[in-house]
Design a protein around this ligand. Structure first.
Ligand code: KPL
Length: 309
């Protein structure tokens, strides 16, 4: 009987399912399509290092989310939610509500802001543990994932007075070989990640540039810096997230370390998919409004990304 599940078989979902199963934690993988589930059951997950060398091939119990949602009284108690914010809409939320037992815990791994509210509304009974990760993963096919960069998981608390579920999630992630810790500062970590995403994602999407190309021209860097400064001011008004100079250096380090990658937003644009702009720069605009601050850069970039054909 699986004690955990991963919902979403993109890069982070495949990485989590491979490493959890390889460490002996029985973990189901819930996919969007029947075809991907069949391929995963047949071939397992090929887990590769950053050079593309196969580290292991891991057998996995995979099924479409629809199947996981068909009345099971004994569903997995910990569900890592590794779908994009754009997927967190009524059809998927309704399936999740059926697939996750009411005494289960959802570990929400989304980028940006808005997902926790959407989950609370759709699954009011279910405990949601927020988590932020800086692990790097690249999905190469429906059954192959490359672990492109070692990061960490910060696991938040569903309830300030009760660490049990968060401790359990931390223990699972550690057993799977990740660096993970329960942290009261998960919101700061989420805001710092939002800052990097709000600067890198829309600009790479509009310019069709890989992450490293943002640093290759002084003009691009000047635009990046202006967007960074506006966003930093808005996020900082919400919470103390660190020194401006240090965070600017860290955004540039992300571009350097992921220089050859296409940001998730650029990948969405190239594939003709809906982007997460509303939950990233759109969320920054909403935070600015709450504080009575202007957000011309974030508003313009949100509109520009939405207007990409
Ligand atoms: O998280 C990312 C994304 O692409 O969404 C960054 C940090 C920009 C790395 O590509």
């Amino acid at each position: 009987m699986a004690c955990a599940a991963v919902a979403g078989a993109g890069s982070m979902g495949l990485l989590l399912a491979a490493k959890l199963n390889a460490s002996g934690i029985a973990c189901e993988l819930w996919t969007r399509t029947e075809e991907q589930a069949e391929a995963l059951v047949r071939d397992g997950i090929s887990l590769q290092d950053e050079t593309g060398e196969e580290l292991s091939r891991v057998a996995v119990r995979a099924m479409p989310l629809e199947e996981a949602a068909t009345a099971r009284s004994d569903g997995p108690k910990v569900v890592f939610l590794a779908v994009k914010q754009t997927a967190l809409k009524p059809p998927l939320l309704a399936l999740l509500a059926r697939a996750v037992p009411t005494d289960g815990t959802i570990v929400a791994l989304q980028n940006g802001f808005g997902h926790l509210e959407a989950l609370k509304e759709a699954l009011p009974e279910t405990e949601v543990v927020p988590a932020v990760t800086t692990e790097g993963a690249l999905r190469k096919s429906g059954t192959t994932v490359s672990h492109t960069g070692k990061g960490e998981f910060r696991v938040g608390l569903a309830d300030e007075s009760d660490r049990r579920s968060s401790d359990r999630v931390e223990a699972m992630l550690k057993q799977a070989g990740f660096t993970a810790f329960v942290s009261n500062e998960w919101e700061e970590a989420l805001l710092r990640k939002l800052l990097a995403n709000a600067v890198i994602n829309p600009l790479t999407a509009i310019w069709g540039a890989r992450n490293g190309q943002l640093l290759e021209s002084e003009r691009k860097k000047a635009v990046m810096k202006a967007l960074f400064r506006e966003t930093y001011g808005i996020l900082r008004g919400r919470k103390e997230i660190g020194e401006e100079d240090e965070l600017w250096r860290s955004v540039m380090r992300v571009c350097e370390k992921t220089a050859a990658n296409r940001s998730s937003m650029l990948q969405d644009v190239l594939a003709g998919r809906e982007t997460e702009i509303d939950y990233i720069n759109g969320a920054v605009c909403r935070m600015a409004e709450e504080q009575g601050l202007p957000s011309p850069w974030n508003e313009t970039l949100t509109a520009l990304v939405k207007a990409i054909p």
